[in-house]
Design a binder for this molecule. Sequence first.
Ligand SMILES: [Cu+2]
Length: 498
Amino acid sequence: MSNDSLVMARRLTLVLAVLIAVCSAAVVVIAPKAQAGTAAQVLHYEYGPIHIDAGQNTIQFSSGQVAKPAVDGWIVGIKPNILLPDNTTPRVDVIHLHHAVWVNLSRTDSTRGGPQRFFAAGEEKTALALPKGYGYPYVASDSWLLNFMIHDLVNQSFDVRITYDLTFIPKAGYTKPITDVTPVWMDVQNGDLYPVFNVYRGRGTNGQFTYPDQAANPYGSSAPKNQFTMPTGGTFVWAGGHLHPGGLWDDLYVDRGGQSAHVFRSTAKYFEKAGPVSWDVSLGVTKPTWKLQVQTGDVLRLTTTYDSSQHSWYEAMGIMVLWFAPNHSGGTDPSTLAAAKNQVHYTHGHLAENDNHGGLADPDLRDPSTLPSGPNITNIAISNYEYSPGDLDLATQVPTVQQGHSIRFTNADAPSSGYGTWHSITACALPCNLTTGIAYPTANALIGFDSGQLGNYGAPTAGHLTWDTPTDLPPGTYAFWCRVHPFMRGAFRVVPAT
Ligand SMILES: [Cu+2]
């Protein structure tokens, strides 16, 4: 193992141990009973309440058993959501489901080993609906785990529940034939606890950046994480993508004998009027007519493409979960599936939780480019969600630094090691002083910089509390925001050396 991967492995082990210990006990709220001998029924399950601290952005794991059907059967659909105590879905610009992964501890993950990941959701909230006649065999004694990251974007705590409506067929008394399918998890960073990469404004081709193809040395000395060699032939019957704001599509290829066939594109449909910049999006899933026949030794390969024309995207993801019937005949050979690869179905339209787009005039936030220069400084503290000095909230001047020098930011809202409130310093285009919403602010500065999440708690933190501004910034005013808490804004000014 390289030094880097050793450090990463240690960090991940530590974070797993700490998080499992820290995660508060949550209780089953609703556990309906499946009725035997009936056709598919929708069962509503919940996990929670989960107490989310103000400003929290932590990867957590469920404790205790996760609610699930009491009898054997087949899962044929899953619909995710997140709810507040009053049973409303929270606004995405206030608190949202960054991701949740449903894990079956009693099965083995086909592409990574270890516990089986069988469903995932982020704020794109794609619902699974397997084509008729296919089902995920469910055994009541299976043990499930939830891995979730709930992102609190404001300085206020919440109690939330993660909900999942299972479309379920009880086995007892069901006589129609069902073909068993198993999940195949494809991920451009497969195997990582926090499988992310960065997209930098202007990289790629024609304003689009495809990962990993256009990244420099994306996997270092390790094997490509975006590929999986089929251990057996069979038929894929469903596929759906996951990506983050800025993402345009996830592409699946089948490589066989030197030939590569593009077999599916999960295209993001943005309802967001500002373009591909927010969670106001739905991801395309395969239509029931899409059936992909593969052979032993075929290599599945996933890529993801982001819009890099106006923005940088930090901690981006590219995932596709597929459902596979091993040793099943039928379906179309990869080489002739091209015609169907772009035919997608969207499982939802615009969702009301994405109604606050932001980007309007905010009377409290000053345009830093119009403010006079303040004193030369060397340090900015981030404390209680404020950059000090330099916060744009009711600002009267902009702190300065001489060209060639740095300002050191220190996050005082997190301990030197352990759980805390994590902040970033992320460049945004001037004036960066409009109202906060799902589409504003963004990392849209021409000269981009990003500190990562200042904290020392394993993923997703940067592993340190301080960050220094680049020394090569030309004179000018630089606005920034916190990617974790987008209402936080600040600015500094680089002045010519005297
Ligand atoms: Cu913050």
